[in-house]
Design a protein around this ligand. Structure first.
Ligand SMILES: Nc1ncnc2c1ncn2[C@@H]1O[C@H](COP(=O)(O)OP(=O)(O)OP(=O)(O)O)[C@@H](O)[C@H]1O
Length: 537
């Protein structure tokens, strides 16, 4: 029941396509088989009253042929529909995962960075889509077709019908053990894959550091260990499938074969005719194969459910708050106020009982021991770290208005700024796509970058063609275009020479004179010198 509730999230995307695709295949197969059984029954009647003619045989063949042709055509169409649904479900899941990772709160989404995000995006979304489509079709198919057959056999001979039912229940019971084991293995496999991808990506990015510390062999053996762990889980999965074939399938075949002598016995006792023996044994074989197929489908269904859970973990994250727009500044209120703020990473408290005020037209700098929580304190303002207590902007609790609107008011230059594929100009324009050429040139010169870099210079993937200090200054130029009221800079001068630092400090003073509130984190004495207030954390 729980699984169905979870599946509905995905099915809701195209319910009609799903229903027709899921039901079409087993229903058309059943109809085709029933047409065949009906034709066979008519044939037996004619045989029994010895009135069979070539015309009857031709009619039977024609009847069966047309029936099967129509059924196959419908089967083909429904199989096509379910395939379409599966592909669109996978794409929709992937899009939702991507959007959630972009729009969900950073404090909740960052645990899915790297390999974990990739595994959930690729493997889990595919298996989750397979669960709501192929696994459901393969589970429903034997139920509908098997029950239809059992009903027909019960109609022909109630004792044989009940025997088949008992065998079916035994097979399903037997399969329970495999379901549990399959599920456990699948979880191990997905965790192992994410773990492997995490290390793999991490080492590809960090290849320079790895060479510098001569750790190639160590890292490569670590990666090898993880790959071997994955392989051993895959081996176990393969072995489980083999055990299943030699136990469950063998059991099913023995049962279906045993039905032939049983039906003959019933015939010898005069309960059923010879043609009925043929019909029953043929149907019994079919039923037992279907029931065993049901066992396989349930195993897959249950183990793929883990993937559905893993994609729902991400899909259920709520977007960042989209509350009201900020109200006008009440001149009596400080521009920004922290009230008894307690910063949290999950259960871990980083800073407690922080109360601070910031006004327009001032430069406030934070300094303090590494790891004491300076960056986290300003990240809370931007919604990147969870906290208790209140942060007020223009007198309004920031949790009450849209985080996107708030971010328009606050420009943030992190310690390690992200660069995106494209030119210096492309990267700066993220601050304001409508900026004029004069504004861009002005921002570049205030960020002390205009003499060094041409605006059409390609920054490369993740800014690999720029130095650390250049990246920082491009990020400062980007933030200057934003025209924000609060400018927050994390170690803005740490990677700069004294000439560039001087230009940046002049820019900060200019921002202050324009009535902006400048907040910076720094350890550098020369930078601290221009602060109106220094707060030691
Ligand atoms: N995503 C995270 N999850 C859990 N703990 C974190 C996370 N990010 C930071 N921390 C912890 O929070 C504490 C404060 O980190 P923060 O980066 O705010 O310190 P900082 O004062 O800015 O340090 P530095 O001067 O070295 O940059 C540290 O103990 C760090 O281990």
């Amino acid at each position: 029941m729980k699984a169905i509730k979870k599946m509905i999230r995905i099915i809701k995307q195209h319910p009609i396509l799903w229903i027709v695709g899921i039901l079409g295949y087993p229903v058309t197969t059943l109809v085709a088989r029933l047409i065949y059984a009906y034709g066979f029954e008519l044939y037996v009647e004619k045989l029994e009253d010895k009135s069979i003619t070539i015309k009857h045989i031709a009619l039977l063949l024609g009847f069966v042929f047309v029936g099967l042709l129509i059924a196959n055509l419908l089967e083909y169409i429904t199989a096509f529909l379910i395939k379409q649904f599966r592909l669109s479900a996978r794409t929709n899941i992937q899009q939702e995962i991507y959007n959630k990772l972009q729009n969900g709160p950073i404090s909740k989404t960052s645990i899915y960075d790297n390999g974990e995000a990739l595994t959930r995006y690729n493997t889990d979304s595919d298996l989750a889509a397979a669960m709501v489509t192929d696994d459901v079709v393969l589970s429903i198919y034997p139920i509908i077709v098997g029950l239809g057959y059992i009903a027909s056999i019960i109609l022909v001979n109630i004792y044989i019908g009940i025997m088949v039912l008992i065998i079916g229940i035994l097979i399903i019971f037997f399969n329970k053990y495999f379901v549990k084991y399959h599920k456990k293995l699948n979880r191990m496999h997905l965790d192992g894959e994410a773990d492997f991808m995490n290390l793999y990506q991490n080492t590809v990015r960090g290849k320079m550091s790895i060479r510098l510390i001569n750790a190639e062999k160590k890292i490569s053996s670590k990666l090898q260990d993880k790959a071997e762990h994955l392989k051993s889980v895959e081996d176990k999965m393969g072995r489980m499938e083999s055990y299943k074939i030699i136990t469950l399938d063998l059991f099913s075949y023995i049962c279906s074969t045993l039905m032939i002598p049983v039906a003959c016995l019933f015939s010898a006792w005069g309960y059923i005719s010879i043609p009925e023996v043929i019909l029953i044994t043929q149907l019994c074989k079919d039923i037992v194969i279907h029931i065993s197929g049901f066992g396989w489908a349930v195993s897959n269904f249950k183990s793929h459910e883990i993937s559905l859970d893993r994609v729902l973990d991400i899909m259920d994250i709520e977007d960042e708050n989209n509350g009201i727009k900020p109200s006008l500044h009440n001149e009596n209120e400080p521009l920004l106020k922290y009230e008894n703020v307690r910063l949290l990473y999950g259960e871990k408290c980083v800073l407690d009982n922080i109360s601070l005020e910031f006004s327009k037209g001032e430069i406030v700098m934070f300094s303090g021991q590494s790891g004491c929580g300076k960056s986290s304190l300003i990240k809370a303002l931007l919604g990147f770290v969870d906290y208790n207590g209140r942060i007020l902007y223009k007198g309004v609790n920031i949790k009450d208005f849209s985080i996107q609107e708030l971010r328009k008011e606050v420009a943030y230059v992190p310690e390690r700024a992200d660069m995106f594929e494209g030119t210096v100009l492309d990267n700066i324009l993220y601050g304001d796509f409508d900026a004029t050429r004069e504004q861009i040139v002005d921002a570049l010169s205030k960020a002390a970058i205009h003499k060094e870099l041409d605006i059409d210079y390609e920054v490369g993937t993740e800014g690999m063609n720029l130095s650390g200090g250049q990246k920082q200054r491009v990020a400062i130029a980007r933030s200057l275009l934003k025209e924000a009221s609060v400018i927050v800079l994390d170690e803005p001068t740490a990677a700069l020479d004294s000439v560039s630092e001087k230009i940046i400090l002049e820019t900060l003073k200019e921002l202050k004179n324009q009535g902006k509130c400048v907040i910076a984190i720094t350890h550098r004495e020369s930078t601290l010198a221009i602060a109106d207030r220094i707060i030691n954390i």
